[in-house]
Design a binder for this molecule. Sequence first.
Ligand code: ZN
Ligand code: ZN
Length: 163
Amino acid sequence: MAFVKTTDKMTAVHAFVNTWLKDPTLYCNNCGQDYMSCCNTPRPVLKKQAIHSEERNEEQIVLRCENCKKLVYQCCENPQIGNNKDHTYALIKQNKELKKESANEFASNETNTMRYGISIPPRLFRDLGEYFKKMYDQKLFGDKEDMRKFMKAFPAFSIPERI
Ligand SMILES: [Zn+2]
Ligand SMILES: [Zn+2]
């Protein structure tokens, strides 16, 4: 079994993340299902659609591609379709907001009820975990030191959280 030092581990994580971000596969970030491509540049958006018939007049939410205008399969209640890059950037933006919001709380935190935690896209967490298992027969976060190193290497994936 190959033993990987934590510093090398983060280099491996960096390399993996860079390649992973380039994967163009579209999928739902909410339920994890892959998106069946409707056209070359799908832009599926949730839309309200009015249905009028003799029996009823109602609105329903449908998922429609802004590019090809096709109605597409709705995988779950709250579809968020995008590729790895889309989902990761959205999460990083969210993490940034969280940090901004709790900046004051964190600074005046004398009772130590706040700490930093890891907020990473679910699929990246899964894929990274599988990669480490396969390559090194190791857990991605073997111990607290790994987590600290990870947060240092990827500050965009760390968020303040309440203990
Ligand atoms: Zn879904
Ligand atoms: Zn389309």
